[in-house]
Design a protein around this ligand. Structure first.
Ligand code: SER
Length: 343
């Protein structure tokens, strides 16, 4: 653990992940905030330089969490640490520990922190389209856009974990120790977004099931052959990483009284795998991109919706993606990956 502060700070767990990178960059760029970056692996040098303190450790480690509690005054948490959906299917119990027990630990810390300093702790939780579970591709196609309360029958451990943590967050925010006699101070102000698949130009995901899209693009930019594990007609919602980060900050900053929900869908564009391949081939003429469908991973993609209804996010806190499909590829992803792999 490096750095020692007792001043208002924001905690980012899963700092080394794709979202952690994007978020810490943006938070540091805005200035005037003390960032505590926590990850199970050593914090990337670039992120450490932008953070006030770095912590390497496991969110399940009680001693680490006690130290966090004693050394820092935390006013906001962005709890991004998780095992993604494909990885979680190989080790479901480990995924449950990280994704659920880890979140429970963090919520408990948020409550204790708020009781200590007297103000609610804003707690941001990244949920996912994986909380949905459509029974078959025909239903998925017929249903189209799903609203937050519909089709929440996830078929993955990750989806179950995310859905349950949404409920845990709502419980901590609204009903925590509801029978206790003592007067409550502080509390948790829990806010969650159900993200579509995210595509970043500067980082690559690991262990997700929406990874075929970013993998296709990053492989093409490096001149490496790639075989998609889903067929060309498979479709789920996606979003460019900068829009995801903007959404996190926008929801985080929204006045509480404007929010009618704890959990919001957001979406931007909905390409089939074949459309992403076509864009990659247009830009990288010699790219070799084929299909080698993995029926089991594809079945997970098939259980996720084709599109989401994000009208609540738009109405309540002004969600508005900057990048539709063509801007995402033309102005962000393609130039970004070209630059990333330029020799
Ligand atoms: N993109 C994530 C995954 O594929 C879903 O949230 O696991």
């Amino acid at each position: 653990m490096s750095g020692h502060i007792r001043k208002p700070a924001v905690l980012v767990t899963g700092a080394n992940g794709e979202m952690g990178h994007g978020l810490i960059d943006r938070l540091a760029g805005a200035g005037n905030v003390h960032i505590i970056a926590l990850d199970v692996r050593p914090i990337d040098a670039g992120l450490a330089a932008k953070s006030t303190a770095t912590i390497v450790g496991d969110i399940l480690d009680n001693r680490l969490l006690e130290r966090l509690q004693s050394e820092f005054e935390i006013h906001a948490m962005f709890h991004l640490a998780a095992l993604l959906s494909t990885r979680a299917e190989f080790t479901p119990e480990a995924a449950h520990r990280v994704n659920v027990e880890g979140t429970l630990h963090l919520l408990k810390i948020a409550i204790e922190q708020s009781q200590w300093h007297g103000a609610p702790v804003r707690f941001f939780f990244p949920s996912s389209i994986a909380v949905y579970g459509l029974p078959d591709p025909a239903t998925k196609h017929r249903v189209g856009r799903v609203r937050e309360h519909e089709w929440t029958m996830p078929i993955t451990m990750y989806g179950c974990n995310k859905l349950y943590c949404e409920h845990l967050g709502r419980y901590y925010a609204n009903h925590y120790r509801q029978l206790a006699a003592d007067e409550k101070r502080g509390g948790v102000d829990f806010r969650a977004i159900r993200f579509p698949g995210l595509i970043s130009a500067v980082t690559v995901p690991s262990g997700g099931t929406s990874d075929f899209a970013p993998e296709m693009l990053h492989a093409a930019a490096q001149g490496k052959p790639y075989y998609s594990f889903v067929r060309e007609d498979r479709k789920i919602p996606f979003m460019a990483m900068p829009d995801a980060i903007t959404a996190i900050l926008k929801l985080h900053d929204a006045p509480r009284e404007r929010l009618t929900k704890c959990v919001y869908n957001i979406g931007s564009f909905n390409p089939a795998a074949g459309e992403i391949r076509a864009i990659a081939l247009r830009e990288f003429k010699n790219a070799e991109i084929g299909y080698l469908p993995d029926d089991k991973r594809q079945a997970i993609v098939d259980s996720w919706p084709e599109d989401v209804d994000d009208s609540a996010a738009r109405n309540d806190w002004g969600f508005m993606p900057e990048y539709d499909q063509s801007r995402a590829f033309d102005e962000y992803l393609i130039p970004g990956v070209k630059q990333r792999y330029a020799r």
